[in-house]
Design a protein. Structure first.
Length: 75
């Protein structure tokens, strides 16, 4: 399985002390955590969910149409 890297912008919320992150490649992937480590674990889940939802939505646009479907492997 190939490894993929995503960029996360992290900001500490001064009101509640939580770290908040947003993925640059998938802006819908947003999460928070008490520590940066916890935030990054939560971000993995948020990114996976964003990718899944985006894939489902895109595939739905082509439902019922004759199309080719191929995978691209990124190194």
């Amino acid at each position: 399985m190939s490894t993929k890297k995503y960029s996360v912008i992290i900001e500490k919320d001064e009101k509640n002390g939580l770290y908040v992150g947003q993925c640059c490649e998938f802006p819908a992937a947003i999460s928070q955590g008490k520590t940066v480590k916890e935030l990054m674990e939560n971000m993995k889940e948020a990114i996976e969910l964003a990718i899944f939802c985006q894939k489902e939505e895109t595939e739905g646009l082509y439902k019922g149409r004759k199309v080719l479907h191929r995978n691209v492997i990124m190194a």
